[in-house]
Design a protein around this ligand. Structure first.
Ligand SMILES: Nc1ncnc2c1ncn2[C@@H]1O[C@H](COP(=O)(O)OP(=O)(O)OP(=O)(O)O)[C@@H](O)[C@H]1O
Length: 262
């Protein structure tokens, strides 16, 4: 398979931002990225650098200020919602979800794009739901209400819902907020395993740069309105992390891949 066929989500001269009346504000400009199958990519950048805005634009949830997002080589806004929901799923923090649902019920929502208008689950839907619950190691919590889950278990349930949706692309906005180091690492390892084993394209934003440097196949670094995509190794060598934070306050040690306070 050629590299081009292997790319399912890409952007061309993409600028993202927001509109206030007629006034456009661009936060990240000229993003030319390509996310490949079987690859776990993370997006990092300082607070307010535009990670969520870029992720939402890549998901087709908000319009580009300029340029375009292509899903399977088609402009994302031209896909009908039902078709798009079978190709791309999004896990957003702060999205309203009734926590009275059980894990099973929440994960079953991932099958909505496939069920008939009565919402009746087929045997195939049930297989996808149970597989997603198994992949996220939530079998023991299948019948537990979401309000009784820990933050880490609930994040896993949201990931399971996206897995049940059975899309090639999964985009996640800060899926490890409020989790401790062990649970952060376990969520990122899980996402990487899923990307590799199920040949999915997974992109997740994160504030844990040191951790995702160790785990990601590729990274997207947002800095001063520009996005750079490469492997962690190449990005470290390029010196991009030395300039991410004010250099007089925070430095980056290339040897041990750690930030330090001056
Ligand atoms: N609709 C909007 N109206 C006004 N400002 C906006 C809007 N959307 C985004 N912004 C601003 O754009 C900038 C980027 O926001 P965004 O949430 O994308 O950054 P982020 O990198 O995800 O931040 P964080 O790491 O803090 O979550 C911020 O300064 C934010 O206040």
């Amino acid at each position: 398979m050629s590299d081009l066929q292997n790319i399912s989500l890409s952007s061309s001269q993409l600028s993202v931002g927001y509109k206030n009346g007629k006034e456009k504000t661009i936060i990240v400009e000229n993003v030319n990225l390509s996310l490949k199958k079987g690859t776990f990519t993370t997006m990092v950048g300082i607070n307010g650098s535009g990670k969520s805005t870029l992720l939402r634009t890549l998901a087709g949830l908000q319009n580009p200020m300029f340029g375009e997002v292509l899903l399977q080589n088609l402009p994302i806004e031209t896909l009908d919602p039902e078709k798009k929901a079978k190709q791309l799923s999004v896990v957003l923090t702060g999205q309203y979800i009734s926590k009275n649902l059980t894990v099973l019920e929440l994960v079953a929502l991932g099958r909505q794009p496939y069920t008939n208008w009565l919402g009746k689950l087929s045997e195939k839907d049930k297989v996808h739901i149970l597989n997603a619950i198994a992949a996220t190691e939530l079998e023991a919590f299948k019948n537990t209400a979401c309000h009784a889950l820990s933050d880490g278990q609930f994040q896993r349930a949201l990931i399971a819902r996206a897995l049940a949706q059975n899309t090639e692309v999964i985009l996640l906005d800060e899926p490890t907020t409020h989790l401790d180091l062990h649970h952060k690492a376990s969520i990122f390892s899980l996402l990487k395993t899923i990307a590799h084993e199920q040949q999915k394209i997974i992109l997740s934003t994160s504030h844990d740069i040191e951790l995702v440097l160790e785990i990601s196949d590729e990274m997207l670094v947002i800095n001063n309105g520009k996005a750079t995509q490469d492997t962690p190794k190449n990005l470290i060598e390029s010196g991009v992390f030395e300039h991410l934070f004010p250099a007089n306050i925070i430095g980056f040690n290339k040897e041990n891949q750690r930030f330090f306070i001056r």
